[in-house]
Design a protein around this ligand. Structure first.
Ligand code: IPM
Ligand code: MN
Length: 379
């Protein structure tokens, strides 16, 4: 049951491109849109959606991954809301590269923002850790690294075959990502909990937050040397932020052992991909992990991190909270901060008081009932 609320006057309408995509993508996006529309009417703005059928089904039907005009069309929107890409009948790589990575690159969504936050009521696989220990954000660079596509085969299919794939980073790519991450530390700390990852001495010294660079300077002595030099140069402009460096392998260890040490982590594309799956499982799994592909000056795209979960498609058992939380991130990026916070609060209430589990089929509610619960608890 959706409570009757007086609708505020619409001061602005945002244009949203919706790509439900494959598997359970459309189901979770439907719940996300339900919540976004409810938040919009309470906070005085409108959301006009247009659906795009990109995904595995379309590819199998037409042989085309993305239409010629897709990128230009999507540039006309305020944001993109994506469900999931990945189809069991399509060879791995085709849809991922042809849709997801293509849009990230061509729309220059150079930040992949992935909060790792354990909500109350959510079971955490880390012994002795609760919501007070797990609340940080990973800033994953989203355009370069081993994702650049540079590489190739020689003598393919012969016993002498050689494969090469190269990590690529420009100073420009690295620096804009680092600046975003430093600014994010400041933005987080204008909020309620200002001292994450800092010691008493740090606080006395006037530090407000911490940025950890996650790299592999001991082996990737070109790529992460560039990152490291750029990091300390940019850090000089942020004397209020504590600097910190961690190799990626050690980062994985601390994310499990001492997640409370982290505030914001910044890293390259591949390490960011890997450590955010680890982060997701520490916050309750793919049912809750949200993310945004952000171009701060362009069109950003928000998606739950979990995949298309083909085996659950159409059953109404999948958890839509990750999609709903991605929707909150979308509103935050559009500047609708109050509405975004209201959604986060409602989700927190639902995890703390309502759901039995975050796992598909064990929530105690159906996919659409979970969407309703969030709507009913929107302030
Ligand atoms: C992710 C995914 C993608 C990535 C795949 C599907 C290409 O794992 O969004 O984390 O590697 O970025
Ligand atoms: Mn991934």
């Amino acid at each position: 049951m959706v409570a009757k609320v007086k609708k505020a006057k619409v001061r602005k309408t945002y244009k949203l491109a919706v790509i439900g995509g494959d598997g359970t993508g459309p189901e979770v996006v439907a719940e996300g849109l339900k919540v976004l529309q409810a938040a919009a009417s309470r906070y005085g703005f409108g959301i006009a959606t247009q659906d795009f059928d990109f995904g595995g089904e379309r590819y199998l039907r037409t042989g085309e991954v993305l239409p010629e005009t897709a990128v230009a069309d999507l540039k006309q929107f305020d944001a993109i809301y994506l469900g999931a890409i990945g189809h069991p009948d399509v060879k791995p790589g085709i849809l991922e590269k042809g849709i997801l990575l293509r849009l990230r690159f061509d729309l220059d969504q150079y930040i992949n923002l992935r909060p790792v936050k354990l909500l109350p009521g959510v079971e955490c696989p880390l012994v002795g850790k609760g919501p007070e220990h797990i609340d940080y954000v990973v800033v994953r660079e989203n355009t370069g690294d081993l994702y650049s596509g540079a590489g190739g085969f020689s003598m393919k299919g012969t016993p002498q075959e050689v494969a090469v794939q190269t990590a690529v980073y420009s100073r420009f790519q690295v620096e804009r990502c680092l600046r975003y991450a430093f600014e994010l530390v400041r933005r987080r700390h204008s909020a309620a909990a200002p001292w994450r990852g800092l010691t008493e001495a740090d606080r006395k010294a006037g530090l407000i937050g911490k940025l950890t660079l996650c790299g592999k300077t001991n082996v990737l002595t070109y790529i992460y040397n560039l990152w490291e030099r750029a990091y300390y140069e940019v850090a000089a402009e942020y004397p209020d932020i504590k600097t910190d460096y961690c190799h990626v392998d050690a980062t994985c260890m601390w994310m499990v052992k001492n997640p409370e040490w982290f505030d914001v982590i910044v890293t390259g594309n591949l390490f960011g991909d890997i450590i955010t799956d680890l982060g997701a499982i520490t916050q309750g799994g793919m049912g809750i992990a949200a993310g945004g592909n952000i171009n701060p000056a362009g069109v950003s795209m928000f998606e739950p991190i979990g995949g298309s979960a083909p085996k659950y498609t159409g059953l109404g058992v999948i958890n839509p909270l990750a999609a709903i939380c991605s929707g909150a991130m979308l509103l935050d990026e559009l500047g609708e901060t109050a509405a975004a916070q209201a959604i986060e609060k409602a989700v927190t209430f639902v995890t703390a008081k309502k759901l039995k589990s975050l796992a598909a089929g064990r929530m105690g509610y159906s996919t659409s009932q979970v969407g309703d619960l969030v709507v009913d608890n929107l302030a």
